[in-house]
Design a protein around this ligand. Structure first.
Ligand code: ADP
Ligand code: DP6
Ligand code: CO
Length: 327
């Protein structure tokens, strides 16, 4: 046994958002969320445990991450050690094929890949459910990146019951794609973690968010069952905007959106009016993701390219592939 494991996980984008924790330590969310896993963006992580190491080390994109930044990883590795009853520290080498901390869900692919790599390295034989629970402790959205296609994270009520599962869409995902408009790929000022915590604690609109999110989840599931793109799109657009509205109701208020985010929303409206259905969603950052049907993707790309540079506009399929073990 060489105590070494390598894994790949793709990022996912929530169509119904996770926004707010019921338990900040266990990372239990206030509401269920539902996502698609993307082909284009992923993280590869190799982890090596060795009894001679005296601390954990994280090399991200070829550079050692300082203790300050890596603290989250150390706490996560403590959980892995607890679970596997080992005292070995680890050397972690990770490459993000996605901008880090830019609202493009690097924390989702990162912790899903790290969970799968640890499972392999320590031969823990964890089920997908248990991997989802473990990944959740690193970053909530990572619980969904264990799976390909559509996934739902059930909020549950404790560590045992809070995990994600795949949702069967009868291969509908093959007909859909997501277009990313990268307005800013730099690290954001307000992390998802602190943004949602501040909003959950102070926003006058937060209860309204909670009161409607279950309906949204139900509607999305109906739309998936009926392969009803218009219905799906209308619900996810509303849900995403409502999440961003909660931030405006926080005290003090804040927003992740910038003028170009609104420009993309306007282009999406124009595409719809021209008869090309597509719908936007934004996360904890200014970048906009547009859900579309593959048959209409080219029209939407052309519309965006009139305003944005080629390298800012990236189309991705939805992948069926969940976490993968790499050699
Ligand atoms: P994002 O929108 O990219 O998910 P978050 O604020 O949720 O942004 O999370 C970003 C944080 O996730 C980073 O600051 C870092 O702590 C962690 N992270 C991202 N990629 C990796 C990686 N490959 N390995 C370890 N941690 C990572
Ligand atoms: C807006 O999973 O990044 O992208 O659990 O604190 O690590 P932590 O936060 P994270 O939050 C994601 C928030 C979101 C919506 C979503 O992905 O569901
Ligand atoms: Co994140």
């Amino acid at each position: 046994m060489n105590n070494c494991g390598k894994a790949r996980a793709h990022t996912n984008i929530a169509l119904i958002k996770y926004w707010g924790k019921a338990d900040e330590d266990l990372i239990l969310p206030m509401n269920n969320s539902l996502s698609v896993t993307l082909d284009r963006f992923y993280t590869d992580t190799k982890v090596t445990f060795n009894p001679e190491y005296t601390k954990d080390t994280l090399i991200l994109n070829g550079e050692e991450v300082s203790d300050d930044e890596a603290n989250k990883i150390y706490r996560f590795m403590d959980l892995v050690r607890e679970r596997s009853q080992t005292s070995m520290y680890a050397y972690i080498e990770s490459i993000n094929y996605v901008p880090t901390a830019a609202g493009l869900a690097s924390s989702a692919s990162a912790y899903a890949a790290l969970s799968a790599a640890c499972n392999e390295a320590l031969q823990l034989n964890m089920s997908k459910k248990d991997l989802s629970r473990l990944a959740r402790r690193g970053s909530g959205s990572a619980s969904r990146s264990i799976f390909g296609g559509f996934a739902e994270w059930e909020k549950g009520h404790d560590d045992e019951t809070s995990y994600a599962h795949a949702i069967d869409a009868n291969d509908w995902e093959n007909e859909l794609s997501m277009v990313f408009v990268v307005i800013n790929d730099k690290s954001k000022k307000v992390s998802s973690r602190s943004g949602m915590s501040h909003t959950r604690q102070t926003s006058r609109f937060y209860q309204y968010w909670l009161d409607h999110v279950d309906e949204d989840i139900q509607s999305v599931k109906e739309a998936i069952n009926n392969k009803d793109f218009k219905h799906l799109g209308e619900v996810i657009e509303e849900n995403g905007l409502r999440m961003h509205a909660t931030n405006l109701g926080a005290q003090p208020p804040f927003t992740y959106l910038v003028p170009d985010s609104y420009l993309v929303m306007e282009i999406v409206h124009q595409c719809r009016e021209a008869g090309y259905p597509c719908y936007f969603t934004m996360d904890a950052g200014p970048n906009v993701k547009i859900l579309t049907e593959k048959k209409n993707q080219q029209y939407i790309l052309n519309a965006l390219l009139q305003h944005f540079k080629e390298e800012q506009v990236i189309a991705s399929d939805i992948t069926h592939t969940g976490i993968e073990i790499l050699e």
